[in-house]
Design a protein around this ligand. Sequence first.
Ligand SMILES: C[S@@+](CC[C@H](N)C(=O)[O-])C[C@H]1O[C@@H](n2cnc3c(N)ncnc32)[C@H](O)[C@@H]1O
Length: 392
Amino acid sequence: MISTHFKHIRNAADMAPLKDNSVDLVVTSPPYPMIEMWDDCFIRQDSGVFGALTRGGGWTAFERMHALLDSVWDEVCRVMKPGRFACINIGDAVRKTGDDFGLFPNHSRIISAMVKRGLTPLPAILWRKQTNAPNKFMGSGMLPAGAYVTLEHEYILIFRKGSKRDFETGGERQARRESAIFWEERNQWYSDIWYDLKGTRQALSTSRVRNRSGAFPFELPYRLISMYSVAGDTVLDPFSGIGTTALAAMTAGRSSISFEIEADFAGLIPDEAGAMDGVIGFSNRVIQSRIDRHASFAEERIQSGKPMKYINRHYGFPVVTRQETDLFIRPLADARPVAGNGLEITYAGQALKEIEGACLAHGQKDSMPDKGGPAGLRSYAQGGWRNLKLFE
Ligand SMILES: C[S@@+](CC[C@H](N)C(=O)[O-])C[C@H]1O[C@@H](n2cnc3c(N)ncnc32)[C@H](O)[C@@H]1O
């Protein structure tokens, strides 16, 4: 399997390089209207925003900024295939304009924009973006009634174009089965509040360019891509910044197309991923850590006598449901530049040596009866899945 990745430095209000109905998933985070950090970005695209802000016309500025985003949403809706999803990360803004302080609800303005364009809204995810900033409590302090609660969450708005996606061919159904998510990941990821993203900035957190870019944590697009698309799909990020979505797509075995208006962010993926030994090293560490987390989960579950009814056919470890028996996170094997400033990633097409060994230890079984106790678990309790080292 291969994936390809391209970035266009141009305004996503015109995504002419993309055909109608051509992308499988959108994962993005636009500049946030009425958050000061993004004022210049909007003013460069519409000088009227500056006038509105300086005259204290908060709602006029808010609408003008959203009008700029609306032209990108027009394009997003055009290029999405029917049955596919768009996930939009956005925070609301609080700001004093003129004499008044108030909330500018970006999330509800974007929901209205997408509904007007015919997309169906789905339950959103709130992610907790805790801050220790001393000014996070706003207003009159300990004195009622002029104090306001903190703003320590962002939204991931989720929309579908048209009705549900069909997986028609045998190949599509196989890609879907391989793209399954572990049961314990499902319980965490498909939950409407994510408390745990703060700790997942990983090694991609420190750079100055990352701070200036408003990049989201790697785990955010990686989860969304794993949840709302299948291996081999194409993911679009129209507001790509330093390319966190593209890196997540590479790691997840999806192709990507990115648009970014600022030439400063021309790099396809975050520099740090390159510096850390390249996309292959970075992505394979992410994959290994998912495998390790599952092995620990399985170990604990076995110890506590809870059922693990099935064996995954690629890794040989126990899994909770039949849907996880084909789950396979393809390791990255090679990356090479291609014409058009792109990157092509090749994935290992079959299980690596140690995985094969673990499967053989189980006679390639994909399921086993659950006896609900240590006796029934004995055959895979001896297996080699506990310390699968997928990569040297
Ligand atoms: C919130 S940042 C996205 C950060 C990104 N998720 C990451 O992890 O790096 C929004 C980006 O959208 C870009 N942008 C703003 N308006 C744009 C437009 N009309 N077309 C393309 N890019 C745009 C900005 O330059 C900025 O890099």
